[in-house]
Every structure is written in structure tokens, then in C-alpha cells.
Write a protein that binds this ligand. Sequence first.
Ligand SMILES: [Zn+2]
Ligand SMILES: [Zn+2]
Length: 492
Amino acid sequence: MDNAWENFLEAIASLMAKFLTDKETEKVINGFGNFQQRLQRISSHNLNRLSFEITQSQRRNKCKHEGKTCSQNVTRGFLKTWVVAYLVKYAIAVLPSILTGRIAKNPSILRKSGGSDTIGFAFFLSSFLSAYKAILCSMRRLRPDDTSDHLNAFVAGSVAGLTLLLDKNKSRRTALTLYIFTRSIQFGSSYAMMRWAEYRVAKKAAGNQVRREAVKMSAVENKALVTKDGWDDILAKVLSSSAATALMSITAAVNLYSCILEPDAMPRSYYNFIMQHSGLPQKFGPMFPPLVETFRSQFRILKDGPPGYENIGIPAGVSSHNFIAENISPNIATVIPKDIHHDYQCCAMLHPLYGCNRHAVDTFTGEFGRAIKMYGTLNLIITLAFQHKKLVNEPLSTAKRYTKSTLRSCLFLAVYVLAAFYVPCLSRRILGRESNLNYLLNGIVAGFAVLIEAPGRQMDASMGVVMTLYQNEPNMINKHYLSVLTRAFGRN
Ligand SMILES: [Zn+2]
Ligand SMILES: [Zn+2]
């Protein structure tokens, strides 16, 4: 769970927004309003002028943090964010171990989770938000004549981004950057697609106008104006309907390929995280690193050698244990049970305990169990945070929805991992040789697992894979995402 905290990023953002709703701010503003009205009723000349000056200065100011001066807005934002970020980060670190009962075995989690890392993270987040607020307000003062706020917000966001340096945790820094980066690509592409759609609609309208006039000129009455989809409309449809699957396939291929063949190209924590899903580190413990290392070196030898079963397979009747002990490594042979025969050398090293089919079943069920723990916990947190009202009013349908979406996500993840580990077993049979292609193909196939997810979530699931192997309750989060941003940043 330690390395997997990145999965909770979106949950952090959503929960944060939940607690940052500016209800009490609104109350304060209303209070101010009432007070001002009462003052006006008393209607002393001086008070009137005072109230006039207040409204005047507000009118001139482009800031939207009503009821607070700029410096109040910044300091309050800082303190509030710090407290909320600390509490949410702490809760998210502690909740899974409370729910799984691990806390009883290891109560020090309670203390450790509140340590310097959490303090530092909260400090980074509050610095980021308050720097954004401060720079935005200063920019407005510096450029009072500019009516649009775009450049101000852009500069504020860019400069505030530098506070990322305050976060001491390097892997989190990478994850955050990736997260923001992938998100901005997603928003950027949606925006581009939207503009393109608008452009096509406008073009079509213009075309219709021309045709309508042509019809009028030729004096042919009641001729229906049939507008067929142009090539660009079809392209747009194909792009938007297959984008999620394509993105998923590409990223899965890149991830799995580098995980299996170029592990040095990946961040260590990410590598470990993906490998956990193979179920192998849990089974082999300290023997796991030498096992994959031996696999890699043997794979390279076989890849450059001649193709054909007689070169990459294990002869019939010879046990994998004996074959590996004699030809590859006696040390690695110790993890392979004596009575098992694998058809291929690489299979023997990638799944030493079982044959290909038994291993496939084992991978699927194992990952399904892990996914239930993961999605189950996460969906529970999110249901409690966002749907507690529904939970009280319609407990049955909420529970049904919770179960359905959890199972769906688990099935998606289990099929993904199954494809990742089973496709090479199949493709080396078909190709009859060891090739890098085996480990690109599995990702491409695995990517199609995203079709199991609800259509509205597919894109989010794929975006999540850019950063981590899987994504938590993307649908809920997607819906909340924009309001999260507004709430987290506040009305500035
Ligand atoms: Zn301001
Ligand atoms: Zn196999």
C-alpha cells in the first residue's frame, strides 16, 4: 500500500474539495451583508458614505473572494488547506489498514502516518494553493486594466507550480507532476475536440446555406437538404470512441514492456507496484529479483539465437527443474517444483510453480482478490464521502451500485493482468520464437480490457494507467473533478 499511495491522489483531491466547501465563508459574507443593510437603515451620513466606499472598492477589484481582503484570503487559504490536507492525507494513510485489520498487528501505523511526510505534504499543498492565490491577486493589482483573467491565472499557476520543490518525497513529486501533466493533456485534447466539432458544425451550416441558395436559384421546390457526414465527422467519431482503448493499449504496452525487459527505465516504486500484481514477489520473496534477472538474461540469449521449439522450448519428458539446473542456473532451479514440465524455457522462469493454463487461472483469481480489497476500500471511502445522503435515503440501490461498479472495476483489472501474463505464453507458441514483440503484444491486448469498464469511465481508466496501473472509481471522480478544482482553489 505504501508505494501505491499515488492511487489515492484523486481521492485526496475529491475529499479535500469536500471539506473545503466554503459554506462558512458564505455565512460570513451573508452576515456582512445583513450588517451592512442594518447600517444603511440607521442611515447616518457617515455610515452611508462608508458603505458606499466599501462597495466602490469592491467594484474596482477584480478579486472574487468576497468578504475577505487579499491577504486574508491568502492566509486563511494557507491555514485551512494545511489542516484539511493533513487530516485527509492522514485518514487515507490510516483507513485501509483499519479496514483490513492490519492496524491491530501494527499500531505504529497510526503514529507513523502522521509524521513528517504528512506534515510536509500538507505544507506543500497549502503553499501551492496560497502562492496561487497571492500571485493571482498581485497580478490583478499590477495589471488593473486587463479585463480578462487568463494571463493572471496562467502566471499564477506556473509560478505556484514551483512550490512542488517543497515536497521532499521524490516519487510523489514525480507522480504529482505526471498526474497534472496527464490531466492537462486530457483537458487539452477534450478542448481541441470540442473546438473541432464547433468548426465542423459551422462549416456544415455555411455549406447548407450555399446549397439552400443554389436550390432557390434553380427554383426546384421542396428538395430535401441531405447532409452526409464528411470524412472529418467520421474521423472525429472514430477518434473519440476508440481513444480510450488506444491510449490504454499503448500505455499498457509501454508499461509492461519496460517492466519486463527494461526495468531500469522505470521508477523503482512503480516497478515494484506493477510487479505486485503479477503475484510473483509475494510467492518468491528474496528469490524474486534473481529469478527475473535470470529470465532477462536467458531471454536475451534466446532472442538472438535461432527460432524454433527445439531452441526455446524444454524437451518433452524433461522436467523444468532439471533443465534449468543443467542449462541455465542451479540456483534458480531451486524455486521450480521437481515434477513440473513447462513447454518453454521463458515460461519456466516467469511462472515456475504452474503450467501456463493453471498459472492463468491463478493470476486471474489472485488479482481479482487484490482488486476487491483495493477498489472495495476506495469505493467505500468515496461512497461515504459523496453519497452518504443517498446511502441513507436509498440504501439498497446505493449498495447495489457500489457492488456493481466495484465488481466491474475488479473484472477489468483482473482481465488486464491476465492478458499481461498469459498473452506471452500464447504468442511465443504462435511465433515460435522469443521476441520483444511478445511483451508489446500483451499490453496491446490488455488495453482492450478497458472496454469492460463503463463507457463513461474508460477514458479516465486509461488516463489513470498513464500514471499507475489502475484507477479508482474514475466515474465519481470525473464528475467531481471540475468542482474539485474550483473548491480546492476557492473563488479567488
Ligand atoms: Zn485578491
Ligand atoms: Zn507460460
